[in-house]
Design a protein around this ligand. Structure first.
Ligand SMILES: *Cc1c(COP(=O)(O)O)cnc(C)c1O
Length: 198
């Protein structure tokens, strides 16, 4: 459930209806909400994360879905060590046609996973992949992009994470494309407007 820019009262309403996982894309906004809202909420970070903002979310974040650089992973690991926690992360892939969207290419991802530095990061745990499809009405294109993300997931699972059951998340699907995402093996939808606007 993506709660970015939604007021706390609306989040509480959903919380009272039983929802526990919420996604935000601005560290300071997330921190304010974390401090006031119930502590058993599972907070996900789903936006572009700048190094100097990691401190706002490091003590409590459940899942950072938007890792797209080795240096970011190192910085998250640094804060995780400081707070004596393991922080769960997803590798964000660039699957859309727009070049405005963040995310790794396949080659960049392999470079990270093969690096010596990556193997030294003991306080992060990679739990899967994330991606955003092109903003379009072209269902065929969206489907193709989700298939590609799933394919990346399968390849990574075989090559790097075959003995790690916690590598199981495929985060894809938003309000306008969640049905295609479910059909293409999404394990984690990120729905905002469809829930908050009804
Ligand atoms: C805002 C956002 C969503 C949710 O979008 P909706 O169209 O409102 O469902 C999902 N993922 C990311 C990364 C977002 O920034």
């Amino acid at each position: 459930m993506v709660s970015k820019m939604r007021p706390m009262e609306q989040i509480l309403e959903l919380y009272n209806a039983g929802h526990r996982a919420f996604g935000e894309n601005r560290p300071q906004e997330l921190k304010e909400k974390y401090e006031i809202l119930p502590k058993d909420i599972e907070w996900h970070f789903i936006g572009h994360l700048q190094t100097n903002k990691i401190k706002y979310i490091a003590p409590y974040i459940s899942l950072i879905q938007s890792i797209d650089k080795l240096s970011l992973l190192c910085d998250v690991n640094y804060h995780a060590v400081k707070h004596n926690r393991i922080i769960s992360c997803l590798l964000q892939f660039h699957i859309a046609q727009e070049d405005t969207k963040y995310g790794l290419t396949w080659d960049e991802c392999i470079e990270i996973l093969d690096s010596v530095v990556f193997k030294t990061l003991k306080n992060i745990e990679i739990k899967g992949v994330m991606g955003m499809a092109t903003f379009t009405n072209n269902q065929t294109l969206i489907r193709k992009e989700f298939k590609r993300l799933y394919h990346y997931y399968v390849l990574l699972k075989e090559k790097y994470f075959y003995n790690q059951p916690e590598f199981k998340e495929i985060s894809m699907g938003m309000s306008d494309d969640y049905e295609i995402a479910i059909a293409e093996n999404s394990s984690l939808l990120r729905i905002g407007s469809k829930i908050f606007n009804c």
